[in-house]
Write a protein that binds this ligand. Structure first.
Ligand SMILES: Cc1cc2nc3c(=O)[nH]c(=O)nc-3n(C[C@H](O)[C@H](O)[C@H](O)COP(=O)(O)O)c2cc1C
Length: 209
């Protein structure tokens, strides 16, 4: 299947088949794709939780207006924004670049200063807002990679973030829930995925300048 056909095939699944689970390889491929998501300055200011525990998922479902995807999917992927992006976080990232590319830290001084400059000029609120945007890019990569791999997913923001943070103990970890995506395989009862996609026409959506 070409990419456009795969994106036509993908759909925000409402009804997952609880009997169908991702294999370890499928999950690893999906997470490898998400790991490669781009982010501003490469900071990846988020963590991604893979939730399988049935009791926790039951609680999450309650905090997500009872949406069935939370308990019927194979895993629930939680994109959580970092709430403590500070100098120490930036320095750790610079250390990682130096180690990965085997270059002296002194060559990264200007880059480090530019990152610190951006961070120092942002309020805590702006930093969390920026981290949340980066998390949504990772969500986009997950959705596209899932389509490529023939895995179903449902992007979701219909949940109470405060309750999710509480259930998952995220505050203590310096994280807050941004967006989620249950993953798995659609059931035969999923009606919307059988329907033609509704998208704004190209002439309305795109502006060629
Ligand atoms: C950010 C975001 C949040 C969404 N939240 C929910 C949600 O809470 N529950 C749900 O069933 N679908 C949710 N959706 C799915 C959309 O309704 C769906 O993507 C849209 O109607 C287009 O349909 P398609 O993805 O099947 O092509 C969300 C989608 C996005 C991108």
């Amino acid at each position: 299947m070409a990419i456009i056909e795969k994106l036509q095939w993908r759909a925000a699944i409402k009804s997952f088949d609880p009997a169908k689970k991702l294999s370890a390889k499928q999950l690893d491929d999906l997470l490898s794709a998400v790991q490669l998501s781009p982010s501003s300055a490469g900071l990846q200011p988020y963590k991604i939780l893979v939730v399988e525990n049935p009791e926790i998922r039951e609680k999450l479902r309650e905090a997500a207006h009872g949406q069935a995807q939370l308990t019927q999917s194979s895993q629930v992927i939680i994109f959580a924004a970092e709430t403590n992006i500070d100098e120490a976080y930036a320095k750790k990232y610079i250390d990682l670049i130096a180690k990965t590319r085997e270059i002296g830290r002194e060559h990264l001084y200007a880059f480090e200063q530019s990152i610190l400059n951006i961070l120092n000029n942002q309020t805590e609120e702006q930093k969390i807002s920026s981290a949340t945007k980066q998390a949504y890019i990772a969500l986009g990569v997950l959705l596209t990679a899932a389509a490529e791999l023939g895995i179903d997913a449902c992007p979701m923001e219909g949940f109470q973030a405060g309750k999710f943070d509480e259930i998952l103990g995220l505050k203590e970890l310096g994280l807050t829930t941004a967006v989620i995506a249950p993953v798995g395989f659609r059931s035969d009862e999923d009606i919307l995925s059988k329907m033609t996609k509704v998208r704004r026409p190209k002439e309305e959506l795109f502006v060629h300048v």
